[in-house]
Write a protein that binds this ligand. Structure first.
Ligand code: IPE
Ligand code: IPE
Ligand code: MG
Length: 232
């Protein structure tokens, strides 16, 4: 399946600002994570409706283990809840779940639910929903280098690196979205977004509704991607 003309094939999102959303409302950070998890469904459905090929969501970074234990365990419970609650929706919308990151280090319960949902949706042919969990781009590149040196090919090319990343079966993102206004990548897909268009919005992730996502699509359509060449 391929995306409609003018739309990105692959959109990657740094879902940031749950904590600030909650703080602005005088609520605990967890309430922000809960609201953020709800917004995931809306955006995933919208991406599927638009016929995008891949939606990668940064859900938990390699660096997020630095957060308080309680917040981490709440985030992991939310992940488990999401995986269970969304299965029906994923099947109905023909969405295939995938995940990138050092998954084996996730808590066993979350990992087993993740594997089950990936397995249950593996024959779906529509959108690929790719969750970045315990994901760090430097760690991904390091893991790729280790794989390559363990069984070195005759020649090392860009394709050798791309082909050993966790994202090896996916096209590179065309559009990177970050919510909450931070101007940084936070160790996300450093190799893969070399030529992605970047869209940063001040909206906190729990306020990033379908209309905001569609706005990002419109902005993307107006961008001129030159890939280093001059305008034709
Ligand atoms: C994003 O929201 C969710 C995760 C990183 C898991 P944050 O929790 O980072 O929210 P802010 O940045 O503190 O507002
Ligand atoms: C990036 O957000 C990670 C996720 C959205 C999962 P962070 O909130 O962890 O990033 P920093 O700490 O502001 O760079
Ligand atoms: Mg943040």
């Amino acid at each position: 399946m391929s995306s409609k003309p003018g739309f990105p094939r692959h959109v990657a999102i740094i879902m940031d600002g749950n904590g600030r959303w909650a703080q602005a409302k005088g609520l605990p950070r967890f309430a922000g994570h809960q609201a953020g998890a709800k917004m995931v469904r809306e955006i995933v459905e919208c991406a599927a409706e638009l016929g995008l090929e891949v939606l990668t969501l940064y859900a938990f970074s390699h660096e997020n283990w630095k957060r308080p234990k309680k917040e981490i365990s709440l985030l992991m419970s939310l992940l488990e809840y999401f995986l269970e609650a969304e299965l029906k929706n994923l099947l109905e919308n023909d969405i295939r779940l995938q995940a990138i990151g050092r998954l084996e280090a996730l808590p066993p319960k979350a990992l087993s639910k993740l594997r089950k949902t990936i397995q249950a949706t593996r024959h779906n042919k529509g959108l690929v929903l790719n969750l970045a969990l315990n994901y760090g781009s430097r760690q991904e590149i390091l893991d790729a280098v280790k794989r390559i040196v363990a069984d070195p090919p005759h020649e090392i090319t860009e394709a050798t690196i791309s082909g050993n990343l966790y994202t090896r079966e996916l096209p590179d993102p065309d559009l990177l979205i970050r919510t909450s206004g931070e101007m940084r990548l936070s160790n996300f897909l450093l190799w893969q977004i070399s030529y992605a268009e970047i869209y940063i919005t001040e909206k906190f992730w729990p306020d990033f509704k379908k209309a905001e996502f569609l706005k990002a699509m419109d902005v993307y359509k107006k961008r001129e991607r030159r890939f280093g060449a001059v305008k034709a």
